[in-house]
Design a protein. Structure first.
Length: 164
């Protein structure tokens, strides 16, 4: 007999880092790992199947059933090396995220792993395959030239969404 959702509600007083949870995103439920408790009712969750980090209210979170805990993650989260949002922001602007997604969807290219991060994520340099001679080969340079990102000497900067 399948368990009902009301029995899987997450107790707000028992939210722990690195706990596997089911979290509502839009109309669907996704598997994730609790990164940290932001406030009394807000939590940051890494969606390892999608390679993203999101913030959600605790009431949008449930205990992950055992059968879903046994499955391997379906994505490897990657962060772009030596890039950070323009200004002193800790969050990537929506415009930058949408533009990056538009530039990379269904594109082939080369990923060079700079270093791996403890829980199965990586810092990379991505070079999309050129479709014409006029096209830039470095995603980093393209995002900087469009004003969506800026260079940083740090290998990776903790941002949301991000891999740290």
């Amino acid at each position: 007999m399948a368990r009902r959702g009301r029995f899987l509600r997450q107790n707000p007083d028992r939210v722990l880092s690195d706990e596997l949870v089911a979290v509502r995103e839009g109309k669907t439920w996704q598997r994730g790992v609790v990164v940290r408790l932001e406030s009394k009712n807000m939590v940051t969750v890494a969606l390892r199947d999608w390679g993203r980090i999101i913030q959600r209210p605790i009431e949008d979170m449930h205990v992950l059933e055992d059968r879903f805990r046994e499955l391997n993650w379906q994505a490897i989260p990657c962060g772009l090396a030596h890039l950070c949002p323009v200004g002193a922001r800790s969050r990537w602007p929506r415009r930058s995220r949408e533009l990056t997604r538009l530039l990379l969807e269904r594109r082939e290219g080369w990923m060079r792993i700079i270093r791996s991060i403890a829980d199965e994520s990586a810092v990379i340099i991505f070079e999309p395959r050129r479709e014409s001679e006029d096209e830039m080969s470095s995603l980093k340079n393209l995002l900087i030239s469009m004003g969506c990102a800026q260079h940083t000497d740090d290998e990776i900067v903790p941002t949301i969404p991000g891999v740290l």
